[in-house]
Design a protein around this ligand. Structure first.
Ligand SMILES: Cc1cc2nc3c(=O)[nH]c(=O)nc-3n(C[C@H](O)[C@H](O)[C@H](O)COP(=O)(O)O)c2cc1C
Length: 311
């Protein structure tokens, strides 16, 4: 229970050294730069906001069509369309100053040196509370997913970024590997504050009239409810093996979904595709988690983290 009110469960949590007022965050690429949802609710209610991925130069992304709906999911090949780190550092961040939530930058480089450049620039922005290093984007050709598939490359990027970062570093892993524990272990050894699990699953769809792939990029990343059971399984495996801090995501639509991730081992969760379906998913899921606590005798969210592993 919180110190102020003994009847209110303590929802505060930590992902490594990143302190959050509650475990509900929004996932990179699904919440813009924090402004886009303000007509629906004040993002200050969230534990954290993970900004759209930033690259060293502005990107227009891949050619359309770059989104396709599937039963229970979405395949995207946006290709990291973004304003670029320099515009963000010079001016864009000021639009986020009033948001009383942990603002976290998501970074995507094509080379290790680019990741280091992005991290050092992002750290000059006073409101940035953590860096999320995306070594898992399936939609860019150089680097990208290749870094996330090699333990040695993942370790090296993490080590170099942690060395120069002034804030906690989370590393966002790809699920498109045989053994996600091996990659998680590598980045944790290299000094990551925690891992973000998971990014999207490599996928494609075919237009049977045109007899061609639907996406111009051919393949994209699958997200949404269809990936949830696999994402929960990965959080479970990493927590069981490493007991490391985990930000869990993948198809979370409801408070019950979020609680599955927390019980599997995530100390905070992110809402991605659900933001497109229900723009108030953030506050709704936060309320549902809170409502679960009292009837289940839960005084603090920390009691639930990894609780499904108890013998
Ligand atoms: C349209 C779209 C854009 C995304 N852009 C990024 C991005 O820029 N950086 C990143 O790390 N993840 C990105 N992601 C991945 C999400 O942050 C999240 O890891 C993934 O969608 C799984 O969660 P979900 O099933 O709740 O959407 C994107 C996802 C979608 C659907």
């Amino acid at each position: 229970m919180t110190g102020d009110n003994p009847d209110v469960p303590d929802l505060s949590t930590t992902v490594g050294s990143l302190k959050l007022k509650n475990p509900v965050t929004v996932a990179s690429g699904t919440f813009g730069y924090g402004q886009e949802f303000q007509e629906f609710y004040d993002p200050s209610i969230l534990g954290a906001v993970f900004l759209k991925g930033l690259t060293t130069r502005p990107r227009t992304g891949n050619e359309t069509p770059r989104l396709v709906e599937t039963p229970s999911g979405l395949i995207n090949s946006i290709g990291l369309q973004n304003i670029g780190i320099d515009e963000f550092v010079q001016s864009k961040w000021r639009e986020l100053e009033k948001i009383d939530s942990a603002i976290c930058a998501n970074l995507s480089g094509d080379t290790i040196d680019e990741f280091v450049e992005l991290a050092s620039k992002a750290c000059t922005v006073p409101i940035i509370r953590a860096l999320e290093v995306n070594i898992s984007c399936p939609n860019i050709k150089a680097g990208g997913v290749e870094f996330g598939r090699s333990p040695a490359a993942a370790r090296e990027i993490t080590r170099r970024v942690v060395e120069i970062s002034k804030v906690p570093v989370l590393v966002k892993l790809t699920p498109n590997v045989t053994d996600v524990v091996e990659i998680a272990a590598a980045v944790m050894e290299a000094g990551a504050a925690g891992v973000t699990l998971v990014n999207t699953f490599l996928a494609m769809a075919i237009d049977i009239e045109r007899r061609k792939p639907v996406l111009t990029n051919i393949m994209g990343g699958l997200s949404g409810p269809c990936i949830k059971p696999i994402a929960v399984r990965m959080v479970w495996q990493v927590y069981k093996a490493l007991k490391c801090p985990i930000l869990g995501m993948g198809g979370i639509m409801t408070g019950a979904d979020a609680l599955e991730f927390i019980l599997a081992g995530a100390s905070a969760i992110s809402i991605g595709t659900a933001n497109f379906v229900n723009p108030t998913a953030g506050p709704d899921i936060l309320a549902e988690i809170s409502e679960y606590c009292e009837p289940h005798g839960v005084k603090s969210i920390a009691e639930l983290v990894g609780a499904a592993h108890a013998a």
